[in-house]
Design a protein around this ligand. Sequence first.
Ligand code: ZN
Ligand code: ZN
Length: 173
Amino acid sequence: MASPLLVNVAELLRRVGSVREIDRQIEADFFKFDDSRIITGSQVDVALTLEALTDGIVVHGTLGAQWGFECRRCLKALTGRAEVEVQELYQAVISDPDAYPITGEQLDLLEMARENVLLAVPLAPLCRADCPGLCPQCGADLQVDRCSCTRAERDDRWAALDSLNFESRVDEA
Ligand SMILES: [Zn+2]
Ligand SMILES: [Zn+2]
C-alpha cells in the first residue's frame, strides 16, 4: 500500500530555499501505530513545511493525534489530543545520522510522523495526578465513593507493618 505521505520533492531539490506546505488529515490506520493508545479510525493532522537546504530538506511543523485509554488506577476512559512540534531533516546522501532518506526524488513523511506521534502520546496516564484509584477490596471508585472497607483495609496494612517491625527488632537482638 502506497504511503499517503509520499511527497515528490523534485521541484524543491532544484532550488535551495524553496518551500512546500503539506496540510493533510490522514487516517491513523495508515501509520500502523500498533499501539492501543492511538484511537483506531481517528485522523492524524499533518501540517508541515518542507524547505530545501543545500544538503537536504528540513521538515518542520506540527502533528496532532487523538489518543484514548483508561486511567491506570481507576480505569476511567480518558481521551485527549497529542500535538507535537517537529523539525526533521531529510537527505539524499545521509551525512546526519538522524536524517531520514530522500529516495529518488521522493520523501516519505509517514515513518517520521509515526515516531513523533508515538513519543507525544502520554505513557502512563492518570485521570488526575492524585487519582486514588479503586478500592482493592470492593472495587469502588474512591474518587466518588468512600466505601466502608477502606478503613478496615488500612488497619490490616498497619497490623502487617507492625509485625514486620517487631520481627526485625527480634532479629537484631
Ligand atoms: Zn483515575
Ligand atoms: Zn471498598
